[in-house]
Write a protein that binds this ligand. Structure first.
Ligand code: DC
Length: 231
């Protein structure tokens, strides 16, 4: 299997996009890129510097100093985000970042700064990238595009369990559900690159699928695509 393809995985917040994209990358020995982590990194940097989300000029001035990178070790399930060499994986997953990341990702300059880097990451092929606009904007030519959906209540329940497993008992189900619905609305109604399925995306509704079932389904789609490209 020499031929490598790019795979775009888009969908709503907490839909299991990352889980599916990581599993696919691991099975195919591809690179996994979490594009949402890049928007989170910008948001994190902004908060740390005390910049308010409405202070557009300060946010734009901050961008050239932000060097976002990833360290991936699929064998150890290690996928960490780095900002200027510092591991910020934990810091970008807080509720504070959750609440500000959608407004930040609406800023045109932030999007073009990150999309340019994301496109570059895909030039060598063999990348699975998850996000909101990967199939429509970042990799419009991706050989496989997956768009994931799941009922908001199912997603909130899963997210709550995940946070509880990490020892976070401060956040309630209702807070999570509200944040998910709010982010979905902001992400799908923004003017620049709104969240939407590419016309050629395969829709996977994982409301009633186990992780293994969804991963198997995606891997079958990818292998079919790789095989048909090799013919
Ligand atoms: O995938 P995530 O929930 O970590 O993404 C965080 C936010 O980043 C999400 O609410 C919208 C934004 N985002 C985006 O606008 N475009 C992407 N390709 C990925 C994420």
């Amino acid at each position: 299997m020499d031929k490598k393809i790019n795979i775009a995985v888009d969908g709503y917040s907490s839909c299991g996009k990352g889980t599916l994209a990581k599993a696919l990358a691991k099975s195919l020995d591809y690179i996994f890129i979490d594009s949402g982590a890049m928007y989170r990194a910008v948001t994190y940097a902004m908060i740390r510097q005390g910049i308010a989300v409405y202070d557009l000029q300060k946010i734009i001035r901050l961008l050239p100093d932000l060097h976002i990178s990833f360290k991936n070790n699929p064998q150890k399930d290690y996928y960490h985000t780095f900002l200027n060499g510092e591991d910020i994986e934990e810091g970008i997953r807080t509720m504070e970042v959750n609440e500000l990341v959608s407004p930040v990702s609406k800023i045109d300059e932030v999007r073009s700064f990150l999309v340019q880097q994301q496109k570059k990451l895909g030039t060598g092929k063999g990348v699975v990238m998850d996000g909101r606009d990967i199939g429509t904007v970042v990799f419009p030519d991706a050989e496989l595009k997956i768009f994931m959906i799941a009922k908001a209540e199912v997603r909130a329940e899963r997210r709550l369990k995940e946070l509880q497993q990490k020892g976070n008992t401060q956040v309630s189900y209702d807070q999570i559900l509200e944040n998910l619905n709010d982010r979905d609305l902001q992400d799908s109604t923004r003017a620049n690159s709104p969240l939407k399925a590419a016309v050629d995306a395969v829709i996977i509704d994982n409301s009633d699928l186990t992780r293994d079932e969804q991963n198997k389904l995606a891997l079958e789609l990818a292998l079919k695509r790789i095989m048909s490209d090799e013919l």
